[in-house]
Design a binder for this molecule. Sequence first.
Ligand code: CA2
Length: 154
Amino acid sequence: MAEPVRILVLHGPNLNLLGRREPEIYGRTTLEEIDRRLAAQAAAFARVPVELACFQSNHEGVLIDRIQEAADWADGILVNPAALGHTSIALRDALAALGTPVVEVHLSNVYRREPFRHQSLVSAVALGLVAGFGADSYRLGLDALLNAVLAARG
Ligand code: CA2
């Protein structure tokens, strides 16, 4: 049996409000629904078993603690850093220190929005970035991350 791929999915501040506020920007899909879809996608992944752990916090330090706790477990991180992506050197450093592949996702196309959303400190430590496809950004990001982890295994 193939070694499972273990993915930590991180959602940053305010994403717990998804589907309940500002649907014109972020859509009507709740965070619980996004996590359910990711779990179904992981279960359907044919090449190897995939284990997912999904986690949301409104607190920078709590997210960083969760990243550090994943050090001996995660093969990759799928992260929507939310506003912290634009501001947090600490989050960026925690992701970089982990040393596993990171894929950054955003629901909205941050480059069509206010200039302060055009900078991401996380992008420089990520393999890649998916933005602008709503909840589908997560599906595309997970697919890319799984393929990258498997490619690195050889
Ligand atoms: O587009 C994204 O996924 C963002 O990461 C969402 C962040 C925003 O600060 C980033 O620039 C882009 C905001 C997350 C807040 O989510 C809400 C959802 C519903 C209602 C209010 C906020």
